[in-house]
Design a protein around this ligand. Sequence first.
Ligand code: CIR
Length: 260
Amino acid sequence: MPDPTFEFSRAITRQPSSAIVDGLRAVDTGTPDLDQMLKDHASYVEALKSTGAEVVVLPALEDFPDAVFVEDTALCLPQGAVLMRPGAATRMGEVAHMAPTLSKFYDTIREISGPGHVEGGDILVTSREILVGRSDRTDAEGVEELRRLVADWGHSVREVFTPGGVLHFKTDCSLLDGQTILSTKRLEASGCFEGYRVLNTAEGEEAAANTIRFNNLVLMPAGFPKTAEVLDRAGYEVVQINNTECAKIDGGMSCLSLRF
Ligand code: CIR
């Protein structure tokens, strides 16, 4: 029986568009370069495909600068998908563009109808529960609506808190396998991973926390050698993907796909 938290047969991605230069960011560290991002995106898709999964690459959306970050538009569970309601006003319309693709793969699709908000980047699905981090993008009402929507699918939702100044809960953590989480020390210090095995990102490499376990691989952003070694030593097969351009607009490995 595959573990649905990290063994996947499919992923959905979207090509970055030239509007990427207008992507939301907390701090301006420069303009993302589309050509480099397209190369990085291709490497990312290749890595996912190399595990045997089918990878859908949707066309770029010129009207939505952040649409490459498809993870924020939906939560994909074995029982069905839930459409999100992004907390960033400029990202709300991305959901309607994702819905038709999810309909091809899911019979059951539910949606966060509001007034609350949830973005997929704040959701970490483990083998025992769904952790949802409140953040500037995900609020208490959104968490409660998500809790109601997935209850009869047998999932329990636990509300947790994204550290201040951090975009999403998963900016600071990721699932490595059913019971193991990669986390920054600052997030682990909040106590939210009690009962889990936790590996920490190395000092000064907090930006390496957003990885994805996808079948046999862990995809991580390139440039964090100490954390790569932590993962390697723990026995994970690591693939490093250049993330310099997405990082300029606060994006990482998990944001770039929906996995199911
Ligand atoms: C945003 O601020 O919404 C985008 N520039 C980055 C989204 C990253 N998504 C994610 O971590 N799931």
